[in-house]
Ligand binder design. Structure first.
Ligand code: C2O
Ligand code: CU
Length: 489
């Protein structure tokens, strides 16, 4: 009797479970088969690395897991990442997942989204890889020095079905200021760097080494993921004799197109994925030069063709990447905000051009910023305010789910790569002209005196940093907070 009841109960339970799962709606099924969790460990600590292969000297750096760059984190779109960060430095740190649309609490901004990780402590970051693409990670605490000493690494999220290439290569570019004995010059936060174009160094590395040659084969197709991890240096790479095709900007797919003037330009924090078809002759050699700063062009490395070809013709495989699940801003219905950047050392020309149009009020205008500068409140301003640390009142408050246009004006004499956390935006116009590709970015290069409009849906609630990614400009005030309200409209 008892036995029979038990069996019957067991049977009923089993049947319920069965029918339960058989009738689960699709959405619930997805939850049931939660994304696989990929675990990683990062330890930030002092170490040594050989930046210059030929020299006998190691350079003391701060690095993740003892290497510069830190270990590559590579997952598939849809995976969930769990990254345990241990702080082996003598000062506080955090990790920011640049370009990844994480929940606010996982964004790695000290005091604003989390308490900083104290020396000896750990913090566990966990978030979903919503977008496929090329991203990177770095500290958001004392960034100028922590990134400048070597704390950064690549974060690659593969498409479910990646495009076909022969090789998928990442170049993480960096720029160091080294002394003659290959030691990092410790003049972090120098007033001159902050007021001018940031800490531009004297030694450029790719993947933590001064590069020499890049070996390829005729007919080979390479997807080259470029990441600019430098504090302040812009790059304009000229792959002489090769015509790079741009397929993604800041991780986000873009209509494949030839790089403008065959030059690939990226400011600090920006990423560009290009397709390089190696169409040179076997045994030949080509120069890759960086031509961003006029008069300061230099050889980065040589492309060296093997004596054996891989194939005789360029492949004709498709190169268009599948789009990521980004909400499309409704431009007709978008709310518009103006943002003006000023500060820094002004050339007399900019003073004359901007002096009149900025107005002379003492808060947001140029006179205001000059006054603030003289009072020592900061050197760079977002709508007239210089940030001091990461905690501040938001200068913009956005309604969740609504579309916005940010109309930005660079009223300074310098280039600025402007980064917004937690979102990607479409760059819709430059100086009043619609952009050809309406490209998605998370860091937009704004040239001196340029006007750029970006558009996006404020769909990620929280307080998000908005700042220049020249880390010395950021440290000297060029930063603000944009709030996306929790409640939906
Ligand atoms: Cu790559 Cu706010 O940073
Ligand atoms: Cu800047």
């Amino acid at each position: 009797m008892t036995k029979c009841t038990q069996t019957r109960r067991a049977f009923l339970a089993a049947a319920a479970a069965l029918s339960g799962s058989a009738f689960l709606p699709l959405s619930a099924m997805k939850v049931a088969q939660a994304a696989p969790i990929k675990e990683f460990q990062l330890k930030a600590a002092p170490g040594n690395t050989r930046l210059i292969s030929q020299s006998g000297a190691d350079t003391p750096v701060w690095s993740y897991n003892g290497s510069v760059p830190g270990p590559e984190i590579r997952v598939k779109q849809g995976d969930r990442l769990r990254i345990t960060v241990e702080n082996g430095l003598d000062e506080e740190t955090t990790v920011h997942w640049h370009g990844i649309r994480t929940p606010n609490a996982m964004d790695g901004v000290p005091h604003l989204t989390q308490p900083p990780i104290a020396p000896g402590e750990t913090f566990v970051y966990e978030f979903d890889a919503l977008d496929a693409g090329t991203f990177w990670f770095h500290p958001h605490q004392n960034s100028s020095e922590q990134v400048g000493r070597g704390l950064y690494g690549p974060l690659i999220i593969e498409e479910a079905r990646p495009i076909r290439v022969d090789r998928d290569v990442t170049w993480i570019l960096d720029d160091w200021r080294l002394t003659k004995s290959a030691v990092i010059s410790d003049d972090f936060g120098s007033g001159h760097d902050m007021m001018h174009n940031g800490r531009v160094g004297n030694t450029v590395t790719i993947n933590g080494r001064i590069p020499d040659r890049f070996q390829v084969r005729k007919g080979e197709r390479i997807r080259l993921r470029l990441i600019n991890a430098a504090n302040a240096r812009f790059f304009s790479l000229d792959f002489s004799g090769h015509a790079p095709t741009v397929i993604a900007l800041d991780g986000q797919p873009v209509t494949p197109h030839a790089a403008l003037n065959e030059m690939v330009t990226l400011g600090p924090a920006m990423r560009i994925d290009i397709i390089l078809d190696m169409a040179g002759e076997t045994g030949s050699q080509f120069l890759v030069a960086d031509r961003f700063y006029e008069g300061l062009e230099y050889r980065l490395l040589d492309i060296e063709y093997a004596t054996e070809p891989l194939r005789d013709k360029t492949p004709v495989w498709p190169i268009e990447l599948p789009s990521n699940p980004l909400a499309e801003p409704e431009l007709d219905d978008a709310i518009r905000h103006e943002i003006i950047f000023n500060g820094g050392m002004m050339g007399p020309m900019v003073m004359a051009e901007m002096g009149g149009s900025m107005g002379g009020d003492s808060s947001g205008g140029m006179m205001g910023s000059m006054m603030n500068m003289m009072r020592g409140d900061g050197m760079w301003f977002v709508n007239g305010k210089a940030a001091n640390g990461h905690v501040m009142e938001p200068f913009l408050s956005l309604k969740r789910g609504r579309s916005y246009i940010l109309a930005m004006v660079n009223a300074t004499a310098w280039h600025h790569p402007i980064h917004f956390h937690g979102h990607s935006f479409r760059v819709i116009s430059r100086n009043g002209q619609a952009t050809t590709y309406q490209e998605w970015q998370d860091t937009v290069h704004i040239a001196p005196r340029e006007k750029v409009e970006v558009a996006f849906v404020a769909d990620n609630p929280g307080d998000w940093m908005f700042h220049c990614h020249i880390l010395e400009h950021q440290a000297a005030g060029m930063m603000g907070v944009i709030r996306v309200e929790e409640t939906r409209t």
